[in-house]
Design a protein around this ligand. Structure first.
Ligand code: GLA
Length: 400
């Protein structure tokens, strides 16, 4: 329901927005743009960057695989294109246009395909004159700075439900201004669009991203992840201390998943997935799912860990211990249980004990569910475990 202003000019704008909303109403599903829980889905960047394999066959194949593998049913609902989807020039009217070599049927047709399979569709741009990835003329692709209204209208017209908005070539203009301009333009389209800020934490977006002028659904807190244990570890440490800023509608984003890309062991990928989930981080798969190994797929399909990430209470887990290479993170859950992750960052195995009190639990009897072994035990809420190098155990602890 829209409250309209009394002045004629504002009334006209209000009517336009109301019509636009109605025009999109039949084709959008509320969960496609909702940030009530962290976003889950797929983005091509970590696996393809701008290589030629990033094209419409890949995206269609990934959508199909997400269905046949059970990922869609496990909650992965976004399919997002990253940098290099666009042609390096705008068209004669100044509109963005797709790179037709990669997307010969255009972006709208791809969005329609993605929607027809039950997924939300996402696009990418930058709050700068150009995006990040240089092409042959040594600039990025056209960015949104100064083109916010026209580009937002384009995103809505092709059926985008999600925009990742990067920070390259920003001409040193104030970040909040740049991100507000696109936020306002997206809202003015009338199409609900999940707004994902990607300013790498340079301007501490967690302090202003949730301001209604900006209207961000999530914000990157760090620089780019790479498919290496040290990169994942560094990013985890930067993001885990920001728990106060995340909540329903606005999430800290420590970047996309590397699970499946081959640069970490399965133990490390399980830690990556556990830590992102207990931090209520976006779970955006960054591997080419058409070629994923069974062991990596099993990690991404762990519904008990996913449930921790997607819990509707919307708390980012709090780190209650960071000592001698051991991290203990506790996340309160809507049903009154607590999720607890214990992570050994170091290169040697360690025996670790976490008391019930340290995990924030009152004296009592608890059901201890091991979220990786899928086994139950009873106990007083304390944890005793031998942790292999780089390993994480994760429990959901409920009062009995
Ligand atoms: C930046 C972002 C990445 C990716 C690239 C694309 O580096 O942080 O996630 O979108 O740009 O060029």
């Amino acid at each position: 329901m829209k409250v309209c202003s009394a002045t004629m000019t504002r009334l006209a704008a209000c009517v336009a927005v109301t019509f636009a909303t109605a025009a999109f109403a039949d084709e959008v599903k509320p969960e496609w743009s909702s940030a009530a829980v962290p976003q889950m889905g797929f983005n091509n960047w970590n696996s393809t960057h701008c290589r030629d394999e990033f094209n419409e066959d890949m995206i269609r194949g990934v959508a199909d695989k997400m269905i046949s593998s059970g990922l869609r049913d496990a909650g992965y609902r976004h399919i997002n294109l990253d940098d290099c989807w666009a042609d390096w020039q705008r068209d004669k009217s100044g509109n963005l246009q797709p790179n037709l070599k990669r997307f010969p049927h255009g972006i709208k047709a791809l969005a329609d395909y993605v929607h027809s399979k039950g997924f939300a569709f996402g696009l990418y741009s930058s709050a700068g004159t150009n995006t990040c990835e240089p092409h042959e003329a040594n600039r990025g692709f056209p960015g949104g700075l100064g083109h916010e209204k026209q580009d937002a209208a384009f995103f809505a017209s092709v059926g985008a439900d999600y925009l990742k908005y990067d920070n390259c070539n920003n001409e040193k203009k104030p970040a909040k201004e740049r991100y507000s301009a696109m936020g306002e333009a997206l809202r003015a389209t009338g199409r609900p669009i999940f707004y994902s800020l990607c300013e790498w934490g340079e301007n501490k977006a967690w302090l202003w991203g949730a301001d209604p002028k900006v209207g961000a659904s999530s914000w990157r807190t760090t620089g780019d992840i790479s498919d290496k244990y040290d990169s994942m570890l560094k990013i985890f440490k930067e993001n885990v201390v920001l728990d106060a800023y995340a909540g329903p509608g606005h999430w800290n984003d420590p970047d996309m998943l590397e699970v499946g890309n081959g640069g970490m062991t399965d133990v490390e990928y399980r830690s990556h997935f556990s830590l992102w989930s207990i931090m209520a981080a976006p779970l955006l798969i960054g591997t080419d799912l058409r070629k994923i190994s069974p062991s990596a797929l099993e990690i991404l399909l762990n519904k008990e860990v996913i449930a921790v990430d997607q819990d509707v209470l919307g708390k980012q887990g709090k780190q209650v211990r960071d000592a001698k290479g051991i991290h203990v993170i506790v996340k309160p859950m809507k049903d009154g249980s607590s999720a607890v992750a214990v992570f050994n960052e170091g290169g040697a195995a360690q025996d670790v004990a976490v008391s019930a009190q340290e995990a924030g639990l009152k004296a009592g009897k608890y059901r201890m569910r091991d979220l990786w072994k899928h086994t139950d035990a009873q106990g007083d809420g304390s944890i005793k475990v031998k942790l292999e190098p780089h390993a994480t155990v994760m429990y959901r602890i409920s009062a009995m």
